[in-house]
Design a protein around this ligand. Structure first.
Ligand code: ZN
Length: 399
C-alpha cells in the first residue's frame, strides 16, 4: 500500500509525454515518434524563432489596421480581466498606440479579485469597453446542462467567450480581433511551426460545432435562452472580413514574467486558484476548481498537471517534481463543488455518477482517488455580485 510513488504519474499503464507530465488522455494531444507532446515541441521551436522579425510583422499588421480603421476603433481586444488581458491592453495601447475596443463576455462567475483586475485594467489604460452578462438563472441552468453535455461545468463560458467578440466585430464593424497567448503555447492543439493561424473555415467549424447552442436545448433550456451563444455565420464573418490573431505569435510569450510585469507596474492582483499551486491563471473566476476537477475525473489529470508541465518545459521543475505537484493538487475536491451543487440542485452522488459516465473508456478501470480539501480557499467562492448583495444585507441586519 505504502510503496514509494515519489515522482510517479497518477495513472499506471497510461502513456505520458516523456518530457513533461501530460498524459495521452488530454484532448487532441499528439506525440511525435519519440513520445514528446506538441506543447513540448512547441516550446523548443519557440526558442529558435526570430522574434525580432516577428515583431516587425506585428508592427506592420497593426499600422495597416490603424490606417484602415480611420475614425473607427483599430481592433477588438477580448478581455477577461486575467493577466493576459491586462498585458494585451498594455502592449496595444502603450507600445503600439492602438485604439482598441475591449469586449468581455462575462461568465458571471467573477471572483472579487477578478472584478477588481478587470476594472483596474480599464482604468489604467483608458480603453472603451463593452460587456455581455448572461443572467444568473440562465448561468445556473446551463451549468447543470453543461455537465451532461460536455462533461465540465463551463459550456456557457467556452461558447460565449468564442461567440461574443465575433458578434461585436460584426456589430461595430471592427474586423481585427487580437487575442493574447498563442494557441501553440500550451493548448497542445498546434505548434509554432504548424500554427492554426488567422481565421479559417475549418477551425471555425471545429470550434463552433463543438459548442453548438442548439444541442444544449433541453426541457429546462429553450432555443431563445441560447441567443447569446450563437456564432455569426461564415458568410457574415467573410463579408465583414473578420480576422483573428494572437500577440503570442509575434512576441515572445512568457506567462510568469508578464504576470510579474502587470502586477508590479499596473496593480494586477494574484489570488488563490483551486486545484493548483499557482494563483495567476483564471484568477478572474470562482469556478476553475470545478472545471479542472471534472477534467481530473474524466481524464485523470487537472490544472496542476498543466501548470507543472509548463514549469518543466521552462526548466523550473524536474518531471518528477511536476508529478508530485500534480498528485498533490489534481485530486483535491474543490470548495466550488458545494456552490455548483447548490445552484444546480444536483446531489453529490449524482455528480460523481455523471462524472463516472464521462470518464474516458481507456481509464475507466483506473482508480482515481479524491481527497477532501482541508484549508479554506483564500478567495471567496461566490460570484462577486452575490457577495455585494450579501454584504449589504448583513449591514442592514446588523445595523
Ligand atoms: Zn510534453
Amino acid at each position: 500500500m505504502t510503496e514509494n510513488k515519489f515522482g510517479k504519474p497518477q495513472m499506471e499503464g497510461i502513456m505520458y509525454c516523456v518530457r513533461c507530465c501530460i498524459p495521452s488522455t488530454q484532448e487532441l494531444v499528439k506525440f511525435d515518434e519519440m513520445g514528446i507532446c506538441q506543447a513540448c515541441q512547441s516550446s523548443e521551436q519557440k526558442i529558435h524563432i526570430n522574434w525580432v522579425e516577428k515583431e516587425k510583422e506585428l508592427r506592420k499588421i497593426l499600422e495597416e489596421a490603424k490606417s484602415k480603421a480611420g475614425n473607427n476603433y483599430d481592433c477588438i481586444v477580448p478581455i477577461s480581466g486575467g493577466k493576459d488581458s491586462t498585458f494585451q491592453l498594455y502592449v496595444l495601447t502603450q507600445v503600439y498606440g492602438m485604439k482598441p475596443l475591449a469586449v468581455t463576455f462575462s461568465h458571471n462567475w467573477f471572483s472579487e479579485t477578478g472584478w477588481y483586475n478587470l476594472l483596474n485594467s480599464l482604468e489604467k489604460f483608458n480603453v472603451d469597453h463593452i460587456m455581455f452578462t448572461p443572467n444568473r438563472d440562465l448561468v445556473n441552468r446551463i451549468a447543470k446542462r453543461s455537465l451532461e453535455a460536455i462533461g465540465d461545468t463551463c459550456w456557457h463560458c467556452h461558447a460565449g467567450v468564442g461567440a461574443f467578440p465575433l458578434q461585436a466585430a460584426i456589430r461595430f464593424n471592427i474586423p481585427l480581433l487580437i487575442y493574447g497567448e498563442s494557441i501553440a503555447e500550451s493548448s497542445g492543439r498546434s505548434t509554432y511551426k504548424n500554427p492554426l493561424m488567422e481565421f479559417n473555415l475549418d477551425y471555425f467549424m471545429k470550434v463552433s460545432t463543438k459548442r453548438n447552442p442548439k444541442e444544449m436545448v433541453c426541457d429546462y433550456i429553450s432555443e431563445k435562452d441560447m441567443k447569446p451563444f450563437f456564432f455569426p455565420s461564415i458568410e457574415e464573418l467573410d463579408k465583414a472580413g473578420v480576422r483573428l490573431m494572437h500577440l503570442g505569435d509575434y512576441i515572445f510569450w512568457d506567462d510568469e514574467r508578464q504576470m510579474e510585469f502587470v502586477r508590479d507596474n499596473f496593480g494586477w492582483k494574484e489570488t488563490e486558484v483551486e486545484g493548483t499551486y499557482k494563483g495567476y491563471k483564471s484568477a478572474e473566476c470562482i469556478m476553475p476548481g470545478m472545471h479542472d476537477f471534472t477534467n481530473y475525473l474524466k481524464r485523470g489529470f487537472g490544472r496542476a498537471t498543466h501548470q507543472a508541465s509548463v514549469d518543466v518545459r521552462n526548466g523550473l521543475l524536474s518531471r518528477e517534481e511536476g508529478f508530485e505537484l500534480a498528485n498533490k493538487y489534481d485530486n483535491e475536491i474543490p470548495e466550488s463543488l458545494e456552490y455548483y451543487l447548490k445552484v444546480t440542485g444536483m446531489t453529490k452522488e449524482e455528480f460523481y455518477k455523471m462524472m463516472m459516465e464521462k470518464r474516458l473508456p481507456e481509464i475507466k478501470h483506473i482508480d482515481l482517488p479524491v481527497v477532501e480539501k482541508t484549508r479554506k480557499n483564500k478567495e471567496r467562492i461566490l460570484p462577486y455580485p452575490e457577495q455585494l448583495i450579501e454584504r449589504e444585507e448583513n449591514k442592514k441586519n446588523n445595523g
